[in-house]
Design a protein around this ligand. Structure first.
Ligand code: SF4
Length: 443
């Protein structure tokens, strides 16, 4: 990139879905001949992709905008908090433009207005798989925007709109380009992966010489054919999710399900207005484990939801002990501005919320330690993430990047990020494993 290249500063806050938005915007900019920089002083303008999900994320977004204004002076805001233009302008009247989530054209227009695009029609600076902010060997694949559910604690449908699925041929073309660029693991994300295609009435599209329906099962099958790891996130337990289990048993997709249950008590789930929260979930979990013994189940929970009684919380703890989930994230209930749950009575005092959070984490720590200990002596596949001087850090099929555990391997001169090795588990703690790579004859 030469000295004359116009550079755009880019700050990406929030979840993997926002990260994918950032990657798309950066890809368009690179195709147009712009460069990017992490240095405020080198940037001609700074784009802040904000998160507005909970108050702490809003505060972080607003203070990042303030910092970018102070350091650079020219700032464009996009992302979830961008849906609240007045809030941003009230605090930072000098921002040049505010656009909402996944409004790619509007962000690009604002950048063009601030920094006219470089003119070089022969420039071809864009890698075929676009610009990515993740390491080269894994990539998030966003299959839809928005959500048709109305969980009472969540304002995402207000911020990101109703479900809008990408046609399946479009998703598969992107996946193919990613795999061709060296990606070894695809992480399927959306707000509600199980609902994929509902808005398109599961319309079929042509890909690879055949018609494929825009449906989560057909998507998983087709992604599995690329021969890389395919990991499904944000899968609500609608009945048709059971169709994914045979694909895991066959090795087509990873034996991994990220299902955000959020609670177990029927009355709390009802107040949360959670989709697909029927009483048979435990039975289904047991059946999934029977069909795919090495399936890893991840979920997230909220404690201290308005009206959550001590009985509700005990019910949740008992449910967790029964479900034996592998990975659990737990959030303290936070009143999000604009969420319907704020209107509910019986808000739980902060110290009680803290105490329940600690109890849940302790319970899950014991479950996790016991489950990982059972894996000692097992042979597992490990994808290498980083090679440090003292240790190689990877993940098993049961570990997603950033949110789950790690597998530590001894230093090995041959291994590089993205390699997948067979290893035997030697040791485990509450969250991580230590393993030794196997020679070909030991596998
Ligand atoms: S499923 Fe519920 S929590 Fe998830 S984005 Fe939709 S409304 Fe929000």
């Amino acid at each position: 990139m030469d000295q004359q290249t116009k550079k755009i500063g880019f700050i990406s806050l929030g979840c993997p879905k926002a990260l994918v938005d950032s990657e798309r915007i950066l890809s368009i900019l690179r195709a147009e001949g712009y460069g990017s920089t992490e240095n405020y002083s080198e940037a001609e303008v700074v784009v802040v992709n904000t998160c507005g999900f909970i108050d702490s994320a809003r505060d972080e977004s607003l203070s990042t905008i303030g910092e970018a204004l102070a350091e650079n002076g020219k700032v464009i805001v996009t992302g979830c908090l961008g849906a609240e233009k007045q809030t941003i302008l009230a605090q930072h009247p000098k921002v040049l433009a505010v656009t909402g989530p996944h409004q790619y054209d509007a962000v690009i227009d604002a950048i063009h207005a601030a920094v006219p695009p470089p003119h070089n029609p022969f420039m071809d600076l864009l890698p075929p798989a676009g610009i990515r902010l993740t390491p080269a060997h894994y990539a998030y694949l966003k299959i839809s925007e928005g959500c048709n559910n109305r969980c009472s604690f969540c304002i995402i449908p207000n911020l990101r709109g109703r479900l809008a699925s990408r046609p399946i041929d479009d998703v598969l073309r992107e996946a193919e380009a990613l795999v061709n660029s060296g990606v070894r693991e695809l992480l399927v994300i959306s707000q509600d992966t199980s609902a994929y295609g509902v808005d398109l009435r599961y319309q079929p599209y042509e890909f690879g010489g055949r018609q494929i329906r825009t449906h989560v099962t057909q998507l998983a099958e087709a992604l599995g054919e690329f021969g890389v790891w395919v990991r499904m996130h944000y899968v609500y337990p609608y009945p048709h999710v059971d169709e994914l289990i045979p694909l895991m048993a066959d090795g087509c997709i990873l034996p991994y399900l990220d299902i955000p249950f959020q609670h177990a008590s029927p009355s709390v789930l009802k107040a949360m207005r959670r989709p697909a929260s029927d009483a048979k979930t435990l039975e289904r979990i047991h059946q999934w484990r029977k069909d795919v013994p090495d399936i890893a189940l991840r979920s997230s929970f909220i404690v201290g939801f308005p009206g959550e009684s001590e009985q509700d919380f005990d019910y949740l703890l008992q449910w967790l002990k029964e479900a034996q989930l592998d990975r659990v994230g737990c959030f303290r209930y936070e009143a999000v501005r604009g969420a319907a749950s704020n209107e509910l009575g019986d808000h739980v005092p902060a110290e009680v919320v803290d105490e329940r959070w600690n109890r849940l984490m302790e319970t899950q720590r014991d479950i996790s330690a016991a489950r990982l200990a059972q894996r000692i002596g097992n042979k597992i596949d490990v994808i290498v993430d980083t090679v440090r001087e003292d240790v190689v850090v990877g993940r098993s099929t049961g570990d997603a990047p950033e949110i789950d555990g790690s597998v530590y391997l001894p230093v090995d001169a041959i291994l590089t990020p993205g390699d997948i090795v067979r290893a035997e588990v030697e040791h485990a703690d509450e969250y991580d494993l230590w393993a030794d790579p196997l020679t070909e004859s030991e596998q």
